[in-house]
Design a protein around this ligand. Sequence first.
Ligand code: GLN
Length: 275
Amino acid sequence: MTYQQIWQRLTPLYEAGEARAITRLVLERFFNMSMTDIVIGKVSELSSEEENELEKNIQRIEKGEPVQYVLGSADFYGRTFHVEPGVLIPRPETAELLDYIPKVNQKQTILDIGTGSGCIAITASLEHTQAEVSAWDISPKALQIAKDNAQRLNATVDFHLQDALNAPDHQSCWDVILSNPPYIMDKERQNMEKNVLDYEPELALFVPDQDPLKFYTAIARYSVRALKPKGILLFEINPLCADAMLRMLQQEGLQQNELIQDQFGKYRFTKSIKE
Ligand code: GLN
């Protein structure tokens, strides 16, 4: 197979530039090939075993499986995380949430609720070296993947199997709580891409019981108890629920509630402070 042949096979699915980028990633991550290797034609020198592996992976992409699952990795905040079916693929918008953690020169305690691949918690721990970071998830599989990611990236995170809807009775222990809980409503299904619906975990995407605020309200209640005074609650939110989210945060007694836009101009985050 040649480099050309691979990206041409991906062009019905992806626009040409993207198909080339994916081809490069596949060759780099599976066969450790550099751009120079590609230019000098190393792709056509693959052994028949390697060709078979390549063929299998191209077919998975052709069938619509997200490239990150096929590669087994996704980039987030400048680092590569292992991902596989069972955890959400980290999204570029989510990385922006990390920038709202205060940059302080002292120890701060940070909790990530619903950590999935661990991308938020691990990045927080590596970017804020004095922080003590904990993370919860309800899925044992996600927790295992998150722990492996922490180990691989040399991050120290305290992981717990914990349901956000049944949070423990903690008092004043966190400086920052962050969460990107499931927030997609059933009525949004028809606008979603097939590869997301077919491959990414329902548990990580969709709100339970048709209640878009269910996780958010539970986490806000927990935060009112468990944040230290002046502690910060940061959410990634569904832009369609922005107004309802602000009302809920106010009702739960959080202060200075703010909607924040993402890089695409959508209200994607909230920031609140505990009195
Ligand atoms: N915290 C993880 C992420 O942002 C997982 C979120 C989720 O599964 N809803 O990617």
